[in-house]
Design a protein around this ligand. Structure first.
Ligand SMILES: CCCC(=O)SCCNC(=O)CCNC(=O)[C@H](O)C(C)(C)COP(=O)(O)OP(=O)(O)OC[C@H]1O[C@@H](n2cnc3c(N)ncnc32)[C@H](O)[C@@H]1OP(=O)(O)O
Length: 300
């Protein structure tokens, strides 16, 4: 009995690790040693990443290091990974809002960390760690929204591109300042930005280190809407209401919809079509489908 429970536990852990590896971009085959990277990031402490999971199926992820405009310390990078793992295992989740404490989004990587790991190998390790985490965030079966108040700068601008949607508050700004730091994006924000706004607009925003205000972001399709509130509580409430238009209904259907769109976005057509068929198969004849049929709805 104990042995079989132990075997089941091992099997579950193995499946979870395999699933995370499939979701990630880098593993040992790419010379990426996650445990070593984690040990190094652990040395740069400060701030936190907090997650609350609401009964409505909406999660709220807070970047919390307001003294330095929510810049990412090493431990915040580690905590972000932990929170993403928690969200991957949240089976009732439907949506996620990411925002920054203290009325501003995030000013990228903590410059103290940037200076301390300024050799190429350490930089690449940090880049692979963050790309893995943000890719897993992007692939969550949740509809994700970045609520941009204040500034989203550098790595903060990269983080918002890992969300499905962006909402901005009046006076807020998105800015890829990498060029001014002698860099290009490294957390996957360059590749994702091209897919969101197209290569010409992305090239302008990156090579000009351009300030993007809410009006320009709307015009580029980088933001969905400019909210009317500037204060934290009001903006969060507006973001919740905006997201709830898309998360109403059974979790199984919302999650399947996001997974299908993510496959369409990332895979070649034939693979995306096969994935769509597989996802369809999980819903057809299922509880939400049968209930809808039983109530004979008309979609007037
Ligand atoms: C692949 C990842 C690439 C990266 O993310 S590299 C990092 C890119 N980010 C940056 O270079 C941001 C540098 N900071 C700034 O430009 C300005 O602080 C910023 C964000 C425009 C805000 O300007 P202001 O509104 O005038 O506020 P401020 O400068 O007085 O900042 C308030 C306090 O926050 C600190 N801070 C802001 N961003 C930081 C960061 N990334 N790392 C470390 N500390 C940071 C800033 O030094 C200031 O602290 P203090 O009051 O001087 O002690």
């Amino acid at each position: 009995m104990v042995i079989s429970m132990w075997k089941n536990l091992l099997q579950t852990m193995k499946e979870r690790i395999l699933q995370q590896r499939r979701m990630s971009v880098y593993n040992q085959a790419h010379g990426y040693e996650e445990e070593l990277v984690k040990k190094q990031l652990q040395q740069f402490a400060g701030g936190s990443i907090n997650l609350t999971k609401e009964d409505s199926g909406i999660g709220i992820l807070t970047l919390n290091n307001p003294k330095i405009m929510n810049a990412f310390t090493g431990t915040m990078m580690l905590e972000l990974q932990e929170r993403v793992t928690e969200l991957e295992n949240w089976k009732d989740g439907k949506g996620l809002i990411i925002y920054g404490a203290g009325n501003t989004f995030c000013s990228g990587s903590d410059l103290n960390v940037v200076k301390a790991i300024s050799n190429s190998q350490d930089g690449m390790n940090m880049c692979m760690f963050m790309q893995n985490t943000l890719t897993r965030l992007m692939r969550l079966p949740l509809i994700t929204v970045a609520l941009v108040q204040g500034k989203a700068i550098g790595g903060g601008a990269e983080l918002i591109t890992a969300c499905d949607f962006r909402l901005m508050t009046p006076g807020s700004e998105i800015r890829f300042v990498h060029k001014l730091m002698g860099l290009v994006p490294g957390w996957g924000g360059g590749a994702r930005l091209v897919r969101i706004v197209g290569s010409r607009a992305a090239l302008k925003l990156l090579s000009g280190a351009t300030r993007v205000d809410p009006e320009r972001a709307l015009h580029l399709g980088l933001s969905e809407e400019t909210l009317s509130s500037s204060d934290e509580a009001g903006a969060l409430e507006e973001a919740r209401a905006w997201l709830s238009q898309y998360t109403e209904g059974p979790a199984s259907v919302i999650r399947a919809t996001k997974e299908m769109v993510a496959a369409g976005r990332e895979l070649l057509l034939e693979a995306a079509l096969r994935t769509e068929k597989d996802i369809f198969g999980t819903l057809w004849g299922g509880p939400a489908n049968l209930q809808a049929l039983a109530t004979r709805p008309k979609h007037k």
